[in-house]
Write a new protein. Structure first.
Length: 266
């Protein structure tokens, strides 16, 4: 199942004025560009025996309700890993599941990659390059690329090691702040650069070798089917329910975002 959206860009800015009493020379309208991604089906299920259903477990309304709550949280984690990843979009067939293209597969303009790394965008899987240390220079380069192309990312999503690297950037040494006398403040939660502020967010589900520069207003999850609980036919003395969701990543305009790839993870 494929879904589409349109992207467009403003014409190049001009500082040239018009003559008094000028005659209009008509310009062609700016065409939109059609983009598409694929809806992916993800599910989690839980089975509860008749004995578990009949008992009164401490701290639980019912065993099935508890198990479904766990399934819902697990499913959201699955979605985050898919959306933040580098898996290419795939239409699927009778034997292969559909796959929505992850965030890394869309960013092609505002990127900084290691030697040998490349990416064509449009949902195609990128090619990993040689890993190198993440530096403040790389961060600034990607921020500047975003700015030059009209992007305004406000989030920097990174793995655990890269989060620690960001906290050690030299700009940190000149910071002044008021903290409790018994506390040691050694982390950075917001990076303020020449081209805006980035909220630094560690992630367990994006690839640890990639830093994602995201404008949350220009990306969203599109649902064909929202979270739905399905009763599965009973087999024997047990009940089974499944939670199913069908969704895809809509990268409204890839130039609004950025990416620093091929980063060392240790």
């Amino acid at each position: 199942m494929q879904f589409d959206w349109q992207t467009e860009a403003l014409p190049t800015a001009s500082a040239t004025g018009q003559l008094e009493g000028f005659e209009l020379s008509r310009s062609a309208s700016t065409a939109t560009v059609r983009e598409s991604n694929v809806c992916q089906i993800s599910s989690r299920d839980a089975t509860v025996t008749g004995s578990q259903s009949a008992s009164q477990p401490a701290g639980k309304k019912t065993e099935m309700a508890h198990q479904l709550a766990i399934c819902a949280k697990s499913l959201k984690r699955d979605m985050e890993k898919t959306i933040c990843g580098n898996t290419a979009k795939a239409t699927g067939d009778a034997t292969t599941a559909r796959q929505t293209g992850g965030f890394e597969t869309w960013i092609e303009t505002n990127v900084d990659r290691g030697t040998g790394g490349s990416g064509a965008g449009n949902g195609a899987a990128p090619v990993d390059g040689t890993a190198r240390a993440f530096t403040e220079s790389i961060l600034k380069d990607v921020q500047q690329l975003c700015f030059d192309n009209g992007g305004e990312p406000t989030m920097l999503v990174v793995g655990s090691h890269v989060k620690g690297v960001v906290s050690g950037f030299t700009g940190r040494s000149s910071a002044r702040q008021m903290i409790d006398a018994t506390a040691i403040e050694a982390s950075v939660s917001v990076y303020s650069g020449d081209f805006g502020e980035l909220k630094v967010m560690p992630s367990n589900f994006s690839r640890s070798r990639t830093a994602l520069f995201i404008d949350p207003d220009m990306a969203k999850v599109s649902y064909l089917r929202d979270f739905e609980t399905i009763d599965i036919a009973t087999i024997g003395d047990a009940s089974t329910k499944a939670i199913v969701v069908e969704y895809g990543l809509e990268c409204s305009n890839e130039k609004a975002h950025g990416l620093a790839a091929d980063l060392s993870t240790s």
